[in-house]
Design a protein around this ligand. Structure first.
Ligand code: FAD
Ligand code: EPU
Length: 335
């Protein structure tokens, strides 16, 4: 285990932003993690795949790249299997592993970049499924007491793109493993409109979990930029939740505004739609801009600075407030 000094983080963030870390180490197991933490009490940053961060400046501390791997069955019955997965496993590789074994529950979450350890951080979600639906336990290393803690599903306080790890316990834990309860008998979820249409296009009438995964991959590939080609961090903002009153006010002027009723009587509005209405979709400001197929995705076409992309996000927030009276919240972690 080598602690490197003054390392470029460009290969470690999907926005492809060029910044330096004062020091950088990759940890492969819990012992290495303990060793590194005991010797370094300075500012640390835990990094998985770097697909939900925007670096706006150099990081003046120690970046710990998490490579803790391993997938093991810890429990099994006739209908379900419990898999404990190392936080450094690549998320999509893990989804493919489950598809191969015919373990159902993650197929709608195919092709999300990043690592297993970050999946509970913001309760990753896509195409009608959130990872909270299948997480039974999160194991984490307490950075203050150096002990391992176990969080039950309810202790994680999952919400839309959030959890206790992104809110009240932010910065206090290094997630080391996540346990998922998956089904042996598939319960196919194609309720998200685009999936059914894609399955029809694929000529599939009774889909397997592999078919659902393929449909999700097709849809995602058609509108989300591949970070290997164009730097980005997926949705830059969360979809805002508004009251019935606010939703009706917008619908009066824009009857086609997409909106989704929530259980508590509020409505989720589509941030991508709001941003598009403000004229930002496809806007290119030199090396960076707003993706032309998905206005919720900010992109780095070359060597943009994180601070420029952050400034662009400020401008977008301002114009959505001015036009709709809604304040967008960033999904991406700003560093
Ligand atoms: P990182 O970016 O490395 O880290 C994210 C945050 O978690 C940071 O604050 C980091 O410090 C912290 N962190 C990471 N690992 C640990 C750990 N082990 N312990 C403690 N803290 C940790 N997200 C969705 O929810 N749905 C989508 O459909 C989706 N689509 C995307 C599409 C694209 C093209 C891209 C680029 C991103 C997309 N995302 C999506 C966002 C992103 O993929 C997820 O948030 C993913 O879970 C981030 O994983 P990561 O390992 O890259 O996290
Ligand atoms: N829309 C527009 N213009 C745009 C983009 C979207 O009008 O430029 C409209 C679409 O036509 C649709 C609605 O907005 O009516 C929703 O669009 P889409 O289905 O593409 O989903 P999204 O709300 O933009 C969310 C997640 C994605 C996730 C997809 C699929 C958030 C912040 N984003 O995007 O997650 O993959 O749904 O479930 O919730 C991520 O978190 O990084 C991410 C990519």
């Amino acid at each position: 285990m080598e602690i490197k000094q003054n390392i470029s983080l460009k290969p470690y963030n999907t926005f492809g932003v060029e910044v330096n870390a004062k020091s950088f180490v990759e940890v492969n197991n819990a012992e290495e993690l303990k060793e590194v933490l005991k010797e370094n009490d300075k500012q640390i940053l835990i990094l998985g795949g770097g697909s939900n961060v925007l670096f706006t400046r150099d990081f003046n501390g120690l970046v710990i790249k998490n490579n803790l791997t391993g997938i093991s069955i810890i429990k099994e019955d006739d209908t379900s299997v419990w898999l404990k997965v190392g936080a450094g496993e690549i998320w999509h590789q893990f989804v493919l592993f489950c598809l191969e074994k015919n373990y159902a529950g993650l197929e709608n979450l195919s092709l999300i970049p990043g690592n297993v350890g970050a999946s509970p951080m913001q309760n990753i979600g896509a195409y009608g499924v959130e990872v909270k639906d299948v997480i039974t336990e999160v194991e984490a290393f307490d950075l203050n007491t150096f002990s391992i803690q176990k969080f039950s599903n309810s202790a994680c306080e999952f919400g839309y793109r959030t959890s206790v790890f992104k809110t009240s316990e932010k910065g206090n834990y290094f997630i080391t493993a996540v346990t998922y309860k998956l089904k042996k008998q598939a319960e196919i979820n194609t309720s998200y409109g685009a999936i059914e249409n894609e399955l029809l296009r694929m000529n599939v009438s009774s889909p397997s979990i592999k078919d659902v995964s393929d449909a999700v991959i097709n849809i995602r590939s058609s509108k989300l930029p591949d970070p290997k080609k164009i730097g980005n961090s997926g949705s830059f903002f969360k979809n805002p939740i508004v009251s019935l009153l606010q939703k009706n006010k917008i619908l009066k002027d824009y009857p086609n505004a997409p909106n989704y009723p929530q259980r508590d009587g509020s409505f989720k509005m589509a941030a991508g739609w709001l941003i598009e209405q403000c004229g930002w979709k496809g806007k290119c400001l030199g090396d960076y801009g707003v993706h032309d197929k998905q206005a919720l995705v900010l992109v780095n076409y070359g060597s943009a600075k994180g601070s420029d992309i952050f400034e662009l996000s400020e401008e977008i927030i301002k114009s959505v407030i001015d036009t709709f009276g809604i304040e967008l919240e960033r999904e991406v972690n700003i560093l």
